[in-house]
Design a protein around this ligand. Structure first.
Ligand SMILES: Cc1cc2nc3c(=O)[nH]c(=O)nc-3n(C[C@H](O)[C@H](O)[C@H](O)COP(=O)(O)OP(=O)(O)OC[C@H]3O[C@@H](n4cnc5c(N)ncnc54)[C@H](O)[C@@H]3O)c2cc1C
Length: 472
């Protein structure tokens, strides 16, 4: 059932309370439902977009500019999936090697996650050379509110209440007893056996930090809450062209045919050899005819014969030609962190979050090496040409085109000095508090996060149901 305010909720015991109704929260509730376990989702936002709700996402950025956090995430039913791009890809197993997790276990949820996201379980990868693979994304059309609203409304096991913002948890001796929740200006104290924070890649840290401030001895003070925050730097790396037929002939039946841009990714060998961060490359995100003409014009000036050849290939639609975008892994850095503002509070008197964020030199260096190696590959195999943007080649700067993926802050690990949750997503030294969402990512890899978020939530659902069933 879906309720508008907490005052509408009938008195009922929920063994699991989930905060946040984005992909992380809803996927978890769906898993618990399959196990016939009741859960309550408390969602701070309304059913639809509202400017007023978005205002609570105000966040100051100290350091390098990032996309306004009031608008890059959505505080409403279904969370940020209301305007996400839908690109899905698993994190490479070798990217997960720094996480203290069982990679096979996470991957065992791939099929179930694909069904939630309405995508094919098909992420092919073709080796181009030792340094690059052609990779395949899947595109999800799922808006979680749209897809699951009626289902939740009719569910015997899931209740959801809108307009209910968690302020913080209350408890002692490693046990959360209740959560302070504010709904329509009224304060409620919600009790449960298991509490799960699924409020997104910034709010999870914000709520934990506030919980720490409001309680003595509940949260272990050494946990680096809010630290190692990461995004995926997404920027223009250069321009170039690629002869599609040539590449297709080279890769034979392994060439991955799909509409839209061609995607490459760095191999494990390249990142290890060059000590760089991994990345995905999107060639020709948009067919831009004006841009093609510009490139041909330039080629005709310096090399008329070559220019004519390119023009012919373009005419035959054999050429992928245009901008080259990069989506890079970002190195986890303790100093990139979420902290609470000392003065500014939202309408429910909860301190807003500030993000300290600096782009890293390693990102720039990795971009340069990746593009240079791609250029070499194109020349060696006569596939085309790549021109690296000057600001990247000179290691000067890159311009982030959107900071939309929010990872880290409550990362997974064994060591309490540099992690907040354990492999089961339980906050270290808190017996019944768990975190769902990309804030638990130890490293970011280059893949978009949501597919992995869904898999982790499904795994968490099994984990919790196992504990509940054992206790019964
Ligand atoms: C423009 C854009 C494009 C994107 N494109 C892609 C893409 O192509 N592929 C991809 O994988 N990812 C993409 N993402 C990222 C993707 O949207 C997120 O990874 C995903 O939505 C995270 O899910 P979540 O449930 O953890 O958080 P969210 O979706 O942010 O959901 C968090 C929920 O918690 C609620 N909440 C917040 N605070 C509280 C509180 N105090 N109390 C109760 N509830 C609260 C919010 O209202 C929200 O409903 C994109 C993001 C943006 C902004």
């Amino acid at each position: 059932m879906i309720y508008k305010f907490l005052s509408d909720l009938p008195k009922k015991d929920y063994p699991v309370v989930i905060f946040g109704s984005g992909p992380a929260g809803i996927s978890l509730a769906l898993k618990l439902e399959k196990k016939k376990i009741n859960s309550l989702i408390l969602e701070a936002g309304e059913e639809n977009y509202s400017e007023k709700s978005q205002e609570s996402y105000l966040s100051n950025v100290i350091g390098d500019d990032i996309t306004d956090l009031r608008y890059s995430r959505l505080r409403q039913l279904g969370g940020t999936s209301g305007h996400w791009g839908g690109w899905c890809k698993p994190i490479e197993n070798w990217n997960l090697k720094n996480w203290t997790v069982n990679v096979d276990k996470i991957n065992s949820y791939s099929k179930e996650a694909s069904e939630i996201l309405n995508i094919d379980l098909k992420f092919n990868k073709t080796k181009i050379n030792n340094h690059f693979n052609q990779i395949q994304f899947q595109y999800s059309n799922v808006r979680f509110a749209e897809k699951f609203k009626d289902h939740i409304h009719n569910s015997k096991y899931i209740d959801l209440c809108l307009n209910s913002q968690i302020s913080h948890f209350i408890g002692e001796k490693q046990l959360i007893k209740e959560a302070k929740v504010i709904s329509k200006k009224k304060v409620f104290f919600i009790k449960s056996k298991f509490f799960i924070l699924a409020c997104g890649g910034v709010e999870n840290s914000r709520i934990l930090l506030w919980t720490k401030e409001k309680n003595d001895n509940l949260i272990n003070p050494i946990l680096p809450i809010g630290k190692y925050w990461m995004t995926h730097p997404w920027f223009l790396g250069g321009v170039g062209f690629l002869k599609k037929t040539k590449m297709e002939n080279m890769l034979n039946e392994d060439f991955l045919k799909y509409e839209g841009p061609i995607h490459f990714a760095t191999s494990q060998k390249l990142i290890e050899e060059k000590k760089i961060l991994s990345g995905a490359i999107y060639m020709n995100a948009d067919e831009d005819n004006k841009f093609h003409k510009e490139i041909i014009k330039s080629f005709l000036c310096v090399s008329p014969e070559y220019g004519k050849k390119i023009a012919r290939m373009l005419f035959n639609k054999d050429l992928k030609c245009g901008n080259i975008f990069l989506n890079l892994e970002e190195a986890p850095n303790e100093n990139n962190k979420i902290v609470l503002d000392k003065r500014l509070k939202d309408e429910n008197q909860i301190p807003i979050s500030n993000i300290h964020y600096k782009k890293s030199k390693k990102t720039l260096y990795s971009a340069k090496i990746i593009l240079e190696n791609l250029a070499t590959l194109f020349i060696q195999k006569k596939l085309g040409r790549v021109a690296v943007k000057e600001n990247i080649s000179d290691l000067n700067y890159y311009e982030n085109l959107g900071v939309h993926h929010h990872m880290g802050g409550t990362r997974i690990g064994d060591d309490k000095n540099n992690s907040v949750v354990d492999n089961n997503l339980k906050v270290h030294d808190a017996n019944n508090l768990y975190i769902a969402g990309s804030s638990v990512f130890t490293t970011s890899g280059y893949a978009n996060p949501t597919y992995t978020i869904v898999k982790l939530s499904l795994k968490l659902g099994d984990e919790i149901s196992d504990i509940i069933n054992k206790k019964l």
